[in-house]
Design a binder for this molecule. Sequence first.
Ligand code: ATP
Ligand code: MG
Length: 720
Amino acid sequence: MALNLADLNEPQRKAVLHEGGPLLVLAGAGTGKTRVITHRVAKLIESGVPADRILAVTFTNKAAGEMRKRIADLTGGTGAAVWVHTFHSFACRLLRRHHEKLGLGRNFTIYDEGDQKRTIVEAMKILGLEKEKNKAGMYVHIISRAKDDLLDAGSYEIHAMTSPDPARQTAARIYAVYQRKLSEAGALDFGDLLLKVCELLRNHSDVRDYYQKLFLHVLVDEYQDTNHTQYVLTRTLAGLHRNLCVVGDDDQGIYSWRGANIRNILEFESDFSDAKVVTLEQNYRSTARILEAAASVIKYNKNRKSKTLWTEKTAGEPIEVRELPNEIEEARWVVARIREFVGEGRSLRDIAVFYRTNAQSRSFEEALTAARMPYVIVGALRFYERKEVKDVLAYARVLVNPGDSAALGRIVNVPPRGLGKTSLDTLGHFAREHGVPLYEALKRAPEVPGLTPACRRAAQRFLELLEHLRAQAASRPPSAGLELIVEAGGMREWLERETETDPEAAGRLENIQELINASKDYEVQLAEAGETADLARYLSEIALQSGIDAYDAATPVVTLMTVHLAKGLEFPVAFLTGLEEGLFPIGSNATPAGLEEERRLCYVGMTRAREHLCLTGAATRRLFGTVFGNLPSRFIFEAQLAQGGTVMSPGPAKPLPPPRAASRALAAGARVGMRVRHPSFGFGKITETSGSGETAKVTVRFDDGRTTKLLVRYAPLEPA
Ligand code: ATP
Ligand code: MG
């Protein structure tokens, strides 16, 4: 398909044809913001801008892949050289090129959250804070947020010193040691990728000049979700030519918990006084009813730029709202409804189920499996996060970078070789005492105090194995390197032996095979682009993949994902589930600002739907082993206002599920000792009552042994 400006409406065309200088496209969901970016890039190329002097930044690798394809379609292939990246993959590309300027090895490792935690615990041990080990996750979070705000360890310490909060001072000490450990390991965490690239551009004027001259145009999608570090990076890159085009929607900012700063979009005009602002108002995605409902929800946010959205589409089908007795019934209803959609001739790939938290996917998985309906969970336990896959990759990381202590710590005893936790602790202690990486401690095992002779021998053999693998893997493509690890490293033999006693070991072997196959695909892809693959680059590409990348729109399956991951996507049919107070909006985000973010998240979810939107919730829900009685989400009420009495289908109209007759009867007469019946949990006895009226609760001990507290108003309990 070639570029045709008739495919655009007037304001879109204005944005695409905008000559130069800062440009902000601020517009609601589905108005064609992403389309503006792809068309603008194509137009620039058509008018003579060399493709490799344009940088387009998106939010996920998946989105980057789609954008690359769209640009190639629009430009007849000449757009292939455009720099289309996520912020992280862009940073990685620059750091690999200029690593020596930062004193970084070319083969630096990228640490994921698990590695970060391991390293934080290491740092805590060094500081004598091991008693606080259970707070490692919190410190990972604090340090990551600091990096989002462009605060390196030194700057963070200055901030912390003036803070009355002692936790910040502890965090500052941990941060400093953590960075030292990372640098010893030749590793960067996600936040570092961006921080270091900013440092590179700030401290090396030759590099900065080069890229500022190079990029004639910089375009950023989903600008509302950029953090401060990304903001500085963007400004720097566009600093010379000032051809910066950012598109976003303040109503869809959903990553403030990860440091995103919605001010970046709201203050664009004051940052760039000559900025041109284009607003788009026509939505091309959703039916009028869906759009109205979404608008009526987001209207409740105070902190936003108000905007109008309209569509030429018809009203469309009514939005369905269903409150089910519990999460099992909710999933069953969704599956039954999906079956009806399929009966009407829809493909499963048209249908998506969204939820607020990953834990909610399980009931949908079970219901879909029972109905023999294929599905894919986007972003659940990612393939590359499976233990056996991570183990093999940890070997590869150590081969590429022996200083990678987090990876080495992972595989010291995988497969088991007589170097259990005690030996690892002893080696780790030695490494800390001497300020050397774990690999060095392994080398010096003969002089490490406290190791048994058997352990010393095991350490020696392990070291020889690693050196052997390293020598062999160096000259081979990634897939051959991985095969070597699996075969010569003993992983295959070990798992094959395990299959005799562990039924899951066979699945693990398959996953490892799948990993090798995937690395072969990667080599083929690179070969087609005229490049050769090496293990170090392969590892960083994997580290940068996010859950959404596994999603393949070509396969006819139902898509399950969290609302966060649904950003930017669209589906003909969408179910937004778990709409309950405490879950969506989630209870942990109960501040006024947090609630506004939850509302934006709901808005993102609703505006993914093109033709059908179903909102569901459950009166009681088992989450993390406890049953909660939840009230319907306020978002359901908010959505209905503009609908003037939404017709709910299937089934009779009901503005909100009224308290069930049986429950009402129960509410009046609930007393301790009374026998009751619950449709899912069966029979039981009330052991406690509390509250009254709306908030009356009962504790029921069911005959199967479980004890549950339920809200009388919503629990489908009947006197038995
Ligand atoms: P989001 O806010 O969800 O990221 P967006 O503003 O980026 O949405 P797009 O994804 O670019 O919107 O477009 C939404 C849908 O509308 C797409 O299916 C797109 O192809 C279609 N669309 C956009 N502009 C036009 C147009 N001028 N004519 C026809 N279809 C259009
Ligand atoms: Mg978009």
